[in-house]
Design a protein around this ligand. Structure first.
Ligand code: 0L1
Ligand code: MG
Length: 267
């Protein structure tokens, strides 16, 4: 993946302000490539870095990272063919069984993911799934609430990377388990909305094995000159397609071996 930056510093800051406005005031904007058709993935990550810098300067704490677009179902749903990464902060975390407000979101969707908590730092390039598993403290089930800030969830990779991979909220829960006690490739998950099954899948949907997605994330971080710190909470990507939610919906993600994660959505 080329991380070439073609935009001027001025344009990066301008686009960051546009994304930040849409994220913090919850409104939809056209995809950034409508105005900057030559925008690269490297430009997208430059905007995302500026966004992270601003949030951290305002006192948000980074808790980890997420891999996105890591399953064929998601890539097909969104019409892209390369995974992405985004940062996670304390302000995005919600407790299990929380009532999650949608008033500050544009068009939220939920997806089931396996989350990893790291005990050792990981550095790419050349990071492998084996290295990820060796550096993992434990895994737990999670639901990511994504919220693309682009009108109609229509975007391309540079735009979605600039929008921090559509990151909005996340809920971790269930039972934390040691990765060595599980076959992380074949974990089944069933997603229910208002008591009905709306999606299901097996963890192999995520690049064959969720640890592969974390390795990919570490290798993208290396291209950006960064490593994955010990203690990071890392989400490995949606196992199924993402399902739209609205106020009044209650959601429960049931994971084989890892228990379940619940939440409901309110105005
Ligand atoms: O976590 C994800 O896979 C989301 C990445 C961005 C794509 C989307 O908004 O669906
Ligand atoms: Mg996700």
């Amino acid at each position: 993946m080329s991380m070439e930056i073609t935009l001027s510093r001025e344009d990066i800051v301008r686009l960051c302000e546009r994304v930040e406005g849409a994220q913090t005031r919850a409104y939809a904007i056209p995809k950034l490539t409508d105005e900057y058709p030559g925008m690269t993935i490297g430009d997208g990550y430059a905007v995302q870095l500026e966004l992270r810098r601003r949030f951290l300067a305002r006192g948000h704490k980074q808790v980890g990272w997420k891999a996105g677009l890591t399953s064929k179902a998601k890539m097909k749903q969104m019409g892209v063919d390369v995974p992405s990464i985004g940062f996670l902060t304390d302000r995005m975390a919600r407790p299990e069984n929380a009532a999650i407000s949608t008033a500050d979101l544009v068009h939220p969707r939920v997806e089931c993911e396996v989350a990893f908590v790291m005990k050792d730092e990981l550095k790419g390039p050349g990071c492998t799934a084996g290295a990820v598993l060796a550096a993992t403290d434990y895994v737990l089930p999670a639901v990511e609430i994504i919220d693309s800030r682009f009108s109609g969830f229509k975007f391309d990779l540079p735009s979605v990377v600039a929008d921090n991979g559509s990151s909005a909220r996340f809920v971790g829960g269930g039972r934390a388990r040691y990765a060595r006690d599980l076959d992380l490739r074949t974990l089944g998950v069933v997603l229910e909305k208002n008591g009905e099954i709306v999606a299901m899948g097996a963890s192999a949907a995520v690049l064959g094995h969720p640890a592969e997605a974390i390795a990919m994330l570490v290798n993208i971080l290396a291209e950006l000159g960064e490593s994955l710190p010990a203690g990071s909470f890392v989400m490995s990507g949606g196992i199924t397609e993402a399902i739209a939610v609205k106020p009044g919906d209650s959601v429960i993600a049931r994971f084989q071996e890892l228990g379940s994660v619940s939440m409901r959505f309110v105005e």
